[in-house]
Ligand binder design. Structure first.
Ligand code: UD1
Length: 389
């Protein structure tokens, strides 16, 4: 009961993270939620989509993310299996914990599964990194993004194109909040710690004298022919300067199964922790990647990025940042590498609101909207939908 003398009930927020790119997004949000522990009661759930020490635990340690309250331990599987397992497990948890809101980030299978479980229980969902669209429905993440946005209540966006996409899909403007980029909150908060690491010395690299490569998209690594074509052109770059290549488990499996005997002139390493990887990105001459997040990180750092995909869902990294969409054709990649090797200057602007304060903005909006709702009601209102906002 709310009496004039009673303290308002805290907002019970269940935050979900599952795969590597989620962890750097959830970190600043958890920090901000815990800073406002008088108003929020956060519950952190790890779905277990990623589980290796190098893919999960090391990020919790590097980024000081609190130990998850619950780990659902779903592990790997087909899309159907993985999504379904998170859906079933998280529904049970939501029924037990009855949060006021579920907070999801990014576009992985854990994101859509948690969202679906929540909305069916009439628990409102806040989606961080909403509205990004590559236009490529063959990407599993694109489907996750479209579906998550369609049923979320708060749509927190990182760049102007996201709002345009959401409005085009018929989302009510009052649900859209342009807040900036939580991934860049994390980068700015950890840049100096990363700079102090001896990673370059340890790997025998000179600042500006090496490239960094990451590859893990199914469209690039699951087809043996495509992977072989990519490795041939990238190994030719490796003949000219060191190319450090931390290998994602999906890619490692593909190399082991499909590329036996192939010449690979790349400095392959295990997946790196957040700080070590950031240290490498900072002083790279160029970065080659098919990741979404790395396109943003290189833009924030002012490091040239060649994206080995045909499209991007993050166009601000091209229009204002340092990103070039090169595609996956070996000839086009070779030409882009050649051009980049001959280019000495980098032009870029930091995109609006990529200033380290995105998590603060998000938590303020949730506190304002949910606080109002909770202070005006007694007990849990987990059944209240966003139409009431
Ligand atoms: C997932 C996300 C992708 C994200 C990527 C970052 C989806 C649809 N995809 O792709 O958006 O960019 O994470 O890493 O959610 N594996 C391990 N150890 C682990 C995790 C995975 O060995 O800790 C191996 C397993 O063989 C697994 C494979 O990697 O089958 C793929 O993992 P999965 O989570 O299914 O997809 P990712 O390719 O990692």
């Amino acid at each position: 009961m709310n009496t004039p003398s009673a303290l308002p009930r805290r907002i019970r927020l269940l935050a979900v993270a599952g795969a590597r790119p989620n962890f750097m997004k959830i970190a600043p949000l958890m920090k901000e939620l815990l800073r406002r522990a008088d108003r929020f009661e956060p519950i952190l759930v790890h779905t277990g989509q990623h589980y290796d020490q190098a893919m999960s635990e090391s990020f919790f340690r590097d980024l000081a993310i609190p130990e998850p309250d619950v780990n659902l331990g779903v592990g790997s599987g087909t899309h159907g299996e993985q999504t379904a397992q998170v859906l079933v497990a998280i529904e049970k948890l939501l029924l037990e914990r009855r949060p006021d809101v579920v907070l999801v980030v990014g576009d992985v299978n854990s994101t859509i599964a948690a969202t679906l479980a929540a909305v069916k229980l009439h628990i409102p969902v806040a989606h961080v990194e909403s509205g990004l669209r590559s236009g490529d429905r063959a990407m599993p993440e694109e489907i996750n993004r479209i579906l998550t946005d369609a049923v979320s209540d708060w749509l927190f966006t990182t760049e102007p194109a996201a709002e345009t996409n959401l409005l085009r899909e018929g989302v009510a403007p009052e649900r859209i909040h342009f807040v900036g980029n939580v991934m860049i909150d994390t980068l700015l908060a950890h840049r100096e710690r990363a700079r102090a690491l001896d990673t370059l010395d340890r790997l025998g690299l000179e600042p500006g004298g090496y490239a960094v490569l990451t590859l893990h998209r199914p469209s690039n690594v699951d087809s043996p022919d495509q992977l072989r074509r990519l490795f041939r052109v990238l190994s030719r770059l490796g003949d000219r300067l060191p190319v450090v290549f931390p290998v994602h488990p999906r890619t490692r499996n593909a190399i082991e199964n499909n590329l036996k005997g192939e010449r690979i002139q790349l400095r392959m390493t295990e997946p790196l922790g957040y700080l070590e990887f950031l240290r490498l990105l900072m002083d790279a001459q160029m970065v080659l990647t098919d990741s979404g997040g790395i396109q943003e990180e290189t833009t924030a750092l002012g490091v040239p990025c060649l994206t080995l995909r045909d499209s991007t869902e993050r166009p601000v990294t091209v229009s204002e940042g340092t990103n070039t969409i090169v595609g996956t054709d070996p000839g086009a990649i070779e030409a882009a590498i050649e051009k980049q090797l001959g280019c000495k200057t980098v032009e870029r602007r930091r995109p609006a609101l990529w200033d380290g304060e995105a998590a603060v903005r998000i938590v303020e909006i949730l506190e304002r909207d949910l606080g109002r709702r909770i202070d005006g009601s007694s007990g849990s209102d987990a059944g209240t939908q966003s139409q009431n906002r």
